[in-house]
Design a protein around this ligand. Structure first.
Ligand code: GDP
Length: 535
């Protein structure tokens, strides 16, 4: 309001109109007053906010190469359904020996890490499948360093296997192939490796660079080799990160945990997360009081079994560490950690950034909220435009349809009246007519009905078939029928509630029959109803 008044007065002062209609003038004035402003799609709206009160966290400069250190790889498991992704994840989790003592603890919390006897660590994202991976990628997060492609040796390459290969290629993430279910007597490891060649995945055996490890996720066979393959590849990739910069990370998932509140699984991508750090993700923030790395099944060994409730988040909770005084002081690169104390749920894929002060958090959240609001206003306007465009397109389509159907109908009429050429004149008069859409369960029944309809020669009431086909009655059938003031004849096919509703709204009659002669009875009725009433 201030800005408007100010702009008005200046305009008035210059002898212009007192009413400001030019958004540019408003914007200029706003800038003068120290606001950042933006025109929202609709030119009557300008959003503005004062610069100094909100500001996002500044991106930090890239790290100095001299500070970089080796970091563990982050691995995602992909593959066709039922090829053993979940079993493999569970097996890998359980290679942390202690877990087995507590019995299958397999709660999925987004990520976990495995420490090998060699001292190497691997972080696994534990949401198997494509949804998670695509979701992350869509949000610009390329967290995954290596993909383990699980292929069942008794099934070979299947559609989702190929899809995974394509995912890996387009994301430029290297693959390791775990040829699973080698314990089965139907397993064909060799054949499976051969099949990979078709998709340009060349196993080492054939001179390529893709490691293939035959495993049995179920029996736990060769899991060690699989992990070693991951480490070998990671060393080759020379994965490095900056342990000293401000903390940056990614939210893998967030959830509510009784007693701990809003908890997020975060993977550290830069810096070292310490107690007392302030974090911001999306429009949420947290102060890190308790930190626990999620490979904790190993750490938990120190704890009495009796209090464990077979719940990983409980195992990794503050209680355990504070009791023993062994709570983690910091979390390093690539570690999946559980961070408690979020004010709102951060979303999976959100970037996590470290803030220097509560004030900086407040400013950044103000900024992000106002951006969100602007986006919402934009999308509202976009939604309106989209609706309008859709409406226009629909109208155009209907028009075209009407024209094309008109031609088709004309052809049909010409065809059916051929034997009665003498009567052609009569036919083209604007007499009573009935147009129908015929839908049936199988080709056979449609053919039978069409054959009978072909014998219909009466010109008292013309009959046109606008459309016929196999399948249930669709919305478009109703639209077609409506255009010609027609009726629907459904033979042995279901009519959904939505379609029925649509028909009712458009005054389109649907006849449903499952006996052919009844269909014809109804048809004759409908034809008769089109005739003018006798005086
Ligand atoms: P996902 O859909 O890829 O997660 O597959 P699952 O892990 O759910 O496994 C599908 C089925 O294959 C389950 O019945 C598993 O027990 C079985 N399975 C998984 N790995 C192996 C294996 O190494 N050997 C055998 N024989 N069966 C397995």
């Amino acid at each position: 309001l201030d800005a408007l008044e100010y702009a008005n007065s200046r305009q008035a002062f210059r002898g212009g109109k007192t009413e400001i209609t030019d958004v540019k003038v408003i914007q200029k004035t706003l800038t003068f007053l120290g606001y950042r402003s933006r025109i929202i799609a609709n030119p009557e709206m300008v959003v503005a906010k004062k610069e100094e009160n909100s500001r996002d966290i500044e991106p930090q400069p890239p790290p100095d190469p001299s500070v970089l250190v080796r970091r563990p790889p982050v691995v995602t498991i992909m593959g066709h359904v039922d090829h053993g992704k979940t079993t493999l994840l569970d097996a890998l989790r359980n290679t942390n020996v202690v877990a087995q003592e507590f019995g299958g603890i397999t709660q999925h919390i987004g990520a976990f890490s495995v420490k090998m006897s060699s001292g190497n660590t691997i972080s696994f994202l534990d949401t198997p499948g494509h949804a998670a991976f695509s979701h992350m990628r869509a949000r610009g997060a390329s967290l995954t360093d290596i993909i383990i492609l699980v292929v069942a040796a008794d099934d070979g390459l299947m559609p989702q296997t190929v899809e995974s290969i394509q995912h890996a290629k387009s994301a430029d993430v290297p693959l390791i192939v775990a040829i699973n279910k080698m314990d089965k007597h139907t397993a064909d490891v060799e054949g499976t490796e051969q099949m990979l060649l078709q998709y340009d995945v060349i196993p080492e055996k054939f001179g390529g660079d893709v490691q293939c490890v035959p495993i049995s996720a179920l029996k736990g066979t060769n899991l060690q080799q699989l992990q070693e393959a991951v480490i070998t590849l990671a060393e080759l990739m020379d994965l490095k990160g900056d342990p000293v910069g401000n903390v940056e990370g990614r939210v893998i998932e967030s959830r509510l945990v009784t007693g701990k509140g809003k908890v997020a699984t975060v993977i550290i991508e830069r810096g070292t997360l310490k107690k007392g750090n302030l974090l911001i993700a999306g429009t949420s923030y947290a102060k890190v009081y308790f930190l626990s790395v999620i490979n904790s099944l190993r750490l938990v060994a120190k704890r009495e079994v009796s209090t464990l409730k077979c719940d990983v988040s409980c195992l990794t909770g503050r209680g355990i560490y504070s009791d023993k005084g062994s709570q983690l002081k910091e979390a390093t690169l690539s570690s999946p950690v559980e961070v408690t104390g979020w004010k709102e749920f951060p979303s999976a894929g959100d970037q996590v950034l470290q803030a220097q002060s509560e004030k900086q958090i407040k400013e950044a959240i103000d900024w992000r909220n106002s951006l969100k609001m602007e986006e919402k206003m934009d999308t509202d306007q976009e939604a309106i435009n989209e609706k309008r465009e859709k409406h226009d397109a629909e109208y155009k389509k209907q028009l075209q349809l009407r024209q094309s159907l008109g031609r088709r109908e004309y052809n049909f009429v010409l065809k059916t009246i051929k034997p009665n050429r003498a009567k052609e004149e009569e036919v083209h008069h604007e007499g009573p007519s009935l147009s129908i859409v015929l839908k049936g369960d199988v080709d056979g029944s449609i053919d039978a009905i069409l054959n009978t309809l072909d014998t219909y020669k009466s010109q008292i009431c013309r009959l046109s078939i606008i459309h016929h086909g196999v399948g249930e009655v669709a919305m478009s059938d109703i639209d077609n029928a409506k255009l010609f003031d027609g009726e629907i004849f459904a033979f042995n096919v279901p009519v959904s509630e939505t379609v029925r509703e649509h028909a009712k709204l458009n005054n389109v009659v649907i006849h449903e029959d499952n006996v052919i002669y009844k269909l014809f009875d109804n048809l004759v009725d409908s034809l008769s109803k089109r005739l003018p009433l006798r005086e």
